[in-house]
Ligand binder design. Structure first.
Ligand SMILES: [Mn+2]
Length: 284
């Protein structure tokens, strides 16, 4: 059995199929880990969601910020981005099934046997592994609960604090946690989150200069009990394929004309596999 982690697909179904062919993915034997953001921006979002969903137990798929935006929109709080970018959902006769599937997806996947963990964007440096997992579990319970998902997104803010809100504001804590797990890229050296840099456009930006006062989140994470666990993340297309110690950033900008990346997890020395993409959209 081979296990492959795959970077942000963003609706690039032809490239995903080419990548699976390149690694000789065997559906009866192998497993896939998707780092999130499987749809939006690329040429076949609905096809990609259905393809990945139909892999069933052969794939683990995380919620990325695009899946989260879809959950907000489909649960009754379409923001501008949802209305502008995700009209394809209106054309889906199987929308109820797709929405139901999206609501089951986790925010963190950890496999102790394989010695690997995956998150879409990153972990807040102030959390232990257990604290990160507890918040992800709380969020997943909300998304699966018909009575709670609507109000969670109805009160979802557009800006977030630099540090985790204190314990008596449960809703603010979970909003912050969701933003961190699906959007984090950089922090102040003391671990406070930097959500935007003045003068930079945000979104896909954050190409950190060598003399930047900020740090990528993974350079601040100190989980000594897990120093052998590899951590797989996506979301940072501008940084491209990144290897920093035990951290692997797999968003290599497929939909922007970069590549789609597969990393074999059960054989750490196995070379990375990539397929090129023609570039369906320009970075924002
Ligand atoms: Mn993302």
């Amino acid at each position: 059995m081979a296990v492959y982690a795959i970077g942000d697909v963003h609706g690039c179904l032809p490239e995903l199929k080419a990548l699976l062919k390149a690694v000789r993915f065997h559906p009866g034997r192998d497993r896939l880990w998707f780092v999130g953001d499987i749809f939006n921006r690329g040429p076949d979002s609905l096809g990609t969601i259905r393809f990945v969903r139909d892999l069933g137990e052969r794939a683990v798929t995380l919620l990325g910020n695009h899946e989260v935006r879809a959950l907000g929109g489909l649960s009754g709080r379409p923001d501008r981005g949802f209305a502008r970018q995700m009209a394809f959902f209106n054309d889906a006769p199987d929308l109820p099934e797709l929405y139901a599937w999206l609501r089951t997806l986790p925010l963190i996947h950890h496999d102790p046997e394989l010695g690997a963990s995956m998150v879409h964007a990153g972990f807040y440096p102030g959390w232990s592994r257990e604290q990160a997992q507890a918040r992800a579990d709380d969020l997943q319970r909300i998304f699966r609960d018909d009575a709670r998902i609507g109000s969670f997104f109805a009160t979802f803010p557009t800006t977030f604090p630099e540090s985790e809100p204190n314990q008596d504001d449960e809703s603010a804590r979970l909003h912050f946690a969701l933003a961190v797990l699906t959007r984090l890229r950089i922090c102040h050296p003391d671990g406070r989150v930097v959500w935007s840099i003045p003068g930079e456009s945000g979104g896909t930006a954050f190409r950190l200069a060598a003399d930047s006062p900020y740090r990528p989140w993974y350079r601040l994470l100190d989980w000594p009990e897990d120093d052998t666990t590899r951590i797989i993340y996506g979301h940072w297309a501008v940084a491209g394929l990144t290897q920093y110690g035990r951290f692997s950033g797999l968003d290599s900008g497929c939909v922007y004309g970069g590549r789609l990346t597969a990393m074999r997890l059960d054989h750490p020395d196995h070379p990375i596999t990539q397929v090129a993409c023609p570039g369906y959209v320009s970075p924002e």
